[in-house]
Design a protein around this ligand. Structure first.
Ligand SMILES: Cc1cc2nc3c(=O)[nH]c(=O)nc-3n(C[C@H](O)[C@H](O)[C@H](O)COP(=O)(O)O)c2cc1C
Length: 271
């Protein structure tokens, strides 16, 4: 069995393996898994610069480059951020912890030199622009880190108490933290987590719900995901129930339901 077929079997299960073009970069992408346990091993010199060069090579809306990244080195600050992000130990443990920011303050500083107040950053679309820019940049950094034999995990929980994180990182107006990212060598092996069959994810011409009707492909995926979780010694709650539990009310937002007010205070998403 080829390397690609093995990776696809892990990603989709044997019954829904698509046929893909053989290519080492595709294999690299198929091999992604999040890492939450980091070895106490320093990173090679130049790691941050390498990840940032990859990040800065991502596409960026109108070439605005409306993102920044903070490397959090201070262990006390890391510990405080970990507490704010649901006590996730890997935030402290990982040798490198990055916070990716949507950032229009640099643009405003450029405009300040000409006494111009920028109006567009206050619109909701600019929040999307900065957030998308930051996400594309971070994902390039993730792919680069994995190419160096490192693992990563995003930390969306950094938005649970957005104002406290803004204060901790002393972020100026027009900046907000989109998510954190832990980077380091693996302390344990992790596995490729299955994804939905392509038939329920890909639509042709218009949005189609037929493939999503139950019982069907989604039920098959739930069974695959449950068997994966059991294999990892994790709770095997049905994936459909996990989706519902995660989205059914604001209690699962862990403070993020208040994010709009905090963004507005940063002069973002005002209209
Ligand atoms: C924006 C974003 C935020 C995330 N936040 C967290 C987090 O706070 N803690 C965590 O352990 N994993 C977090 N994850 C990782 C996801 O749980 C993980 O990507 C998903 O379960 C799929 O697993 P895989 O990456 O191993 O394929 C986040 C992922 C993304 C894309």
């Amino acid at each position: 069995m080829s390397e690609t077929t093995t990776l696809l079997n892990h990603r989709y299960g044997p019954d829904h393996t698509p046929s893909v073009v053989d290519n080492p970069i595709i294999d690299h992408l198929l091999n992604h898994r999040s890492l939450r346990s980091y070895a106490d091993r320093p990173l090679p010199p130049g790691t941050l610069e390498t990840l940032v060069a990859a990040a800065q090579s991502a596409a960026t809306s109108s070439n605005l480059q409306a993102w920044s990244v903070i490397e959090v080195r201070d262990p006390d600050r890391r510990a405080r951020l970990a507490r704010l992000a649901n006590n996730q130990a890997h935030i402290v443990q990982a040798p490198l912890f990055l916070v990716w920011l949507a950032d229009f303050s640099r643009a405003q500083r450029i405009a300040d030199a000409q006494d111009i107040e920028l109006k567009a950053p206050g619109y909701f679309d600019s929040l999307l622009v900065g957030s998308i820019d930051a996400a594309l940049a971070a994902q390039n950094a993730v792919v680069a880190a994995e190419a160096l034999g490192l693992g990563t995990v995003y930390i969306g929980a950094l938005r649970n108490d957005l104002q406290a994180v803004i204060d901790e990182l002393q972020l100026p107006p027009l900046v907000y933290p989109v998510f954190g990212l832990c980077v380091g060598y693996p302390a344990t092996q992790t596995a490729i987590k299955p994804r939905l069959p392509q038939a329920v994810t890909v639509h042709r011409d218009t949005y189609q719900v037929d493939a999503q009707r139950e019982p069907g492909l989604i039920a098959e995926y739930a069974a695959l995901a449950a068997s994966f979780s059991r294999g990892q010694g994790q709770n095997s709650l049905d994936w459909r129930d996990q989706v519902i539990a995660r989205l059914k009310d604001e209690s699962t937002l862990h403070g993020r339901e208040r994010i709009a007010g905090t963004l507005n205070a940063q002069l973002l998403a005002l209209r």
